[in-house]
Design a protein around this ligand. Structure first.
Ligand SMILES: Nc1nc2c(c(=O)[nH]1)N[C@H]1C(S)=C(S)[C@@H](COP(=O)(O)OP(=O)(O)OC[C@H]3O[C@@H](n4cnc5c(N)ncnc54)[C@H](O)[C@@H]3O)O[C@H]1N2
Ligand code: MOO
Ligand SMILES: [Mg+2]
Length: 427
């Protein structure tokens, strides 16, 4: 007999998932060069001032600024050049009054000097004793990047859980980290269910389809920062499926299945969760696609029962699995970044459940214009490719017209946000 399901709002489903997720992952040491896209396992604190010494910003002459106090075109002053400093060298001799030292960009400014004048702003005199003339007043500190001016030792620069970007790698290198502690990637197992599934390399035969979801999910797991483990595909068979899940689960941090969560005769996931003794958090959400997305917990492992329909599977991942992965990586902005856009389609009608439409956007006059991307069906595969955003269509607004404001989620935007937009708009 058909079992009644209670559909809950998207924000409630997200909250249930994140409140249930328990594990905090341990860390591992990896070479700095391999850390792009990984998540920092420690707060990056400056271990030294930056710059670490007073550094010349220009090729020119290190001088005592006070010597130029009365310099002007009609009253040039003359300084004796007593040495030369290349980047990496330290000038330890005394620099006296009315003396200067030739200096290169990046070199340490001698202690006796307090400014640098650019090469272009001095006249080099052809005398026996090398002399320069200066026809302007140079302020104290001019063209010197002072010790600690940019970063003070002890300053907190990057938080634990931030995704490592090229800029963060630059900072880590600045502070001498050739190896760094990153949070271990959560191992996310992917199991496709369905007797209709062929493997990607197999030729098409009547009634069958290729298992595209598992590969798409594999890529989504990697994009979210997890380690994707493809565990194959299962026939619609309860006993075999239960055994397969029992076999693989100990090795995984979480398991994604696709297919078999609806009410068909061979949709066995509800029964599988029951027989496994898993606690089902929800099995119906007020959203489309992905209304039958089911999430359960077994021991301390999350079981994500995504729908078999490709667009539903894709959306289910982005809304529920992505934030789970990001949060287990210590990231404090696990949800997709949202913003408001302007509808560029002629018209969109809402349905009883919140619609999540795969969309494209473009920028014009500082506005974001949004259009649907391909066929808006749960079973559509082509609408996912090229989708840059997800449009959120509120059931309360019956018709959206061209030019109307529409809330969107940006795909492939790593910044993320702390709170899910669905909590903010109560959908
Ligand atoms: N009477 C009802 N029928 C359906 C309902 C409902 O409420 N009442 N819900 C519909 C909705 S909504 C969705 S979404 C689907 C969900 O189906 P399942 O999650 O049970 O998934 P399957 O039945 O296994 O497959 C659905 C569809 O997707 C194809 N599929 C499955 N796995 C893959 C894969 N790995 N790669 C590509 N495509 C896959 C499968 O062949 C089916 O066409 O149920 C509706 N029905
Ligand atoms: O779960 Mo279904 O996608 O609502 O189409
Ligand atoms: Mg089904």
């Amino acid at each position: 007999m058909l079992q009644e399901r209670t559909a809950i709002p998207i924000y409630e489903a997200i909250t249930k998932v994140l409140d249930t997720q328990a594990q905090q992952l341990s860390s591992e040491k990896i070479p700095l060069k391999q850390s792009t896209g990984r998540f920092l396992a420690f707060d990056l604190i400056a271990t030294q001032d930056v710059p670490a010494f007073n550094r010349s910003l220009y090729d020119g002459y290190a001088i005592k600024a006070e010597n130029t106090e009365n310099a002007a075109p009609e009253n040039p002053i003359f300084l004796e050049v007593v040495g030369e400093i290349g980047a990496g060298q330290v000038f330890t001799e005394k620099v006296g009054n009315n003396q200067a030292v030739r200096i290169m960009t990046g070199a340490q400014v001698p202690n006796d000097c307090n400014a640098v004048i650019m090469l272009e702003h001095v006249k080099e005199m052809c005398t026996e004793m090398k002399t320069i003339s200066i026809d302007r007043t140079i302020p104290i500190g001019d063209r010197v990047f002072h010790k600690g001016e940019e970063i003070r030792e002890g300053a907190k620069l990057v938080k634990r859980g931030e995704m490592i970007t090229p800029g963060i790698i630059g900072l880590l290198a600045t502070f001498g980290y050739s190896e760094i502690e990153v949070i271990k990637k959560p191992k996310i197992g992917i199991l496709a269910t369905g007797s209709e599934l062929l493997d990607v390399h197999e030729p098409l035969i009547p009634g069958k389809i290729r298992n595209s979801n598992a590969y798409m999910l594999y890529s989504q797991v990697i994009g979210a920062g997890g380690e994707a483990i493809y565990l194959g595909k299962l026939e619609d068979n309860i006993e075999e499926s239960i055994q397969a899940i029992k076999n693989v689960l100990p090795e995984m941090d979480a398991l994604i299945t696709t297919g078999g969560v609806s009410v068909g005769d061979f949709d066995y996931l509800p029964e599988i969760y029951k027989q496994l003794g898993a606690t089902v958090l929800f099995n119906k959400i007020k959203m489309r696609p992905g209304s039958v997305t089911t999430v359960a917990k077994l021991g301390n492992k999350m079981l994500f029962g995504l729908s078999g329909n490709p667009s539903a599977s894709f959306i289910g991942f982005e809304l529920f699995v992505r934030p789970t992965i990001r949060r287990s990586l210590g990231n404090s902005n696990p949800h997709l970044l949202s913003c408001k856009g302007i509808l560029a389609d002629d018209e969109l009608r809402s349905t009883d459940f919140t619609q999540l439409i795969r969309a494209k956007y473009y920028m014009k006059d500082a506005n974001i214009f949004v259009t649907s991307n391909g066929l808006n069906m749960s079973s559509s595969i082509s609408s996912i490719a090229g989708a840059e955003a997800i449009m959120i269509i509120d059931p309360e607004i019956r018709t959206y017209r061209k030019g109307d404001e529409v809330q969107i989620l940006l795909l492939s935007e790593n910044k993320g946000q702390q709170e899910s937009v669905f909590s903010q708009i109560k959908l």
